[in-house]
Design a protein around this ligand. Structure first.
Ligand SMILES: N[C@@H](CCC(=O)O)C(=O)O
Length: 388
């Protein structure tokens, strides 16, 4: 597209900083929390991850859209971000899987984007002053006017966004990772009978469901406000607490449900928001990080073993609030030593702050699905032995 055809757009941050660029995707005005993602691949997975609901994502990778978008890489049915910020945009993708260009895809789903922005300066600003609200507009090009709207928007801390993304109906998921993309064909071979997992949907990513199915699980996905009694009626072999957007401490119904589920002593596995909700259910607190962790190369581990992990979160568990008699830290984020994993001391319950289903090259964390399956199988065998 010749630049003369480009529509001017304005980006304003809550501190008054303004950046001018051009519009891509939908026109209009959008407001959300501005956060940055450092991944060099996976823009489509990021845009469609429900955990980004309410956020405008700055991509530090300098050109977005080269491989277009395709239906298989969507983490949910539509893009979930409030907006996208890029240095440069590719309007003519070239890839055998591409079905649509990124700008057309965002336009179709009414998501505004702005490009031509100095994303390095913007990212440094967020690193220095923390994530803050911002707005993108093609209709309000006056900085003070857009700033007024940005400053009136609610803060991410305290926001329950789960209601916007959770499923409204119960459904079963059975699609595994397709054979061509399966990186662990031997590890996922499952000779035992299938295990039933109830996944509490706070904004679940499809690839989590695929990995559970690849490991031989029958997955029943239920809305976030499903009661613990209704969950236990499925007689699950294990319970999965999903990722999701917003402030975990505001998802009070999820925390209450998790507390009751803990008493059932069934295996529980939590990812990201699920990890934070499990932490709350165990009595811990969460706090908001200055600018969060969003990228594909976050190191996590404790002593000898380090996993390179994909992450996307604003909040973290406060280690000082953890009940030491009950739970221990299994992983730390090795960049800033925040809590990246929890393990219950006596029950088959564990969680991670990162995303083992996201395999941006390294598959270091995929073993966690095998671990969950192992715990479910062992618990099932023990219970069957007890009964007979
Ligand atoms: N919304 C939570 C969790 C993100 C996720 O589950 O992916 C956070 O920002 O910390």
């Amino acid at each position: 597209m010749p630049l003369s055809d480009a529509i001017p757009a304005l980006l304003v941050l809550a501190d008054g900083t303004a950046y001018r660029g051009w519009s891509f995707g939908a026109t209009g005005t959008t407001i959300g929390e501005v956060v940055f993602n450092t991944g060099m691949t996976g823009y489509q997975e990021v845009l469609t991850d429900p955990s980004y609901c309410g956020q405008i994502v700055v991509f530090t990778y300098p050109e977005l859209g080269n491989t277009g978008v395709n239906p298989e890489d969507e983490e949910s049915a539509r893009p979930q971000v409030r907006g996208a910020i890029a240095r440069n945009i590719c309007h003519k993708p070239s890839n055998w899987r591409s079905a649509q260009s990124l700008p057309d895809y965002l336009k179709q789903h009414q998501i505004p984007g702005i490009f031509g922005i100095d994303t390095r300066a913007l990212t440094r600003k967020i690193r220095m002053y923390g994530a803050m609200n911002g707005g993108i507009s093609t209709e309000i090009l006056d900085e003070a006017e857009l700033l007024e709207q940005v400053q009136a928007a609610p803060n991410m801390a305290g926001l329950n966004l789960v209601r916007e993304v959770t499923t409204s109906t119960v459904y079963e998921w059975s699609d595994p990772t397709t054979a061509v993309w399966e990186f662990n064909p031997e590890g996922t071979v499952n000779n035992g009978e299938s295990l039933t997992v109830v996944a509490l949907d706070f904004g679940v990513k499809r690839n989590i469901l695929r990995r559970l199915a690849s490991y031989g699980c029958r997955v029943i996905v239920v809305p976030a406000d499903t009661s613990p009694e209704a969950i236990l009626k499925y007689n699950p072999d294990g319970i999965f607490l999903s990722n999701g957007p917003g402030d975990p401490s505001a998802v009070t119904e999820g925390i209450t449900t998790a507390k009751v589920l803990l008493e059932s002593e069934k295996p529980i596995f939590g990812i990201c928001m699920g990890h934070q909700i499990l932490g709350h259910a165990l009595g811990a607190e969460t706090f908001k990080l200055k600018f969060g962790h969003r990228g594909l190369n976050q190191p996590a581990g404790l002593q000898q073993r380090v996993e390179i992990t994909s992450q996307n979160h604003s909040f973290a568990i406060d280690p000082d609030s953890l009940p030491e008699a009950v739970v221990e830290i299994s992983h730390l984020n090795l960049n800033d030593r925040t809590v990246a994993g929890l393990r219950h001391k006596s029950l088959p319950i564990f969680s991670v702050q990162y995303h083992p289903e996201a395999s941006p090259g390294p598959h270091d964390a995929d073993y966690l699905f095998a671990q969950f399956v192992h715990q479910m199988r062992t618990t099932k065998q023990a219970t069957t032995a007890e009964v007979s």
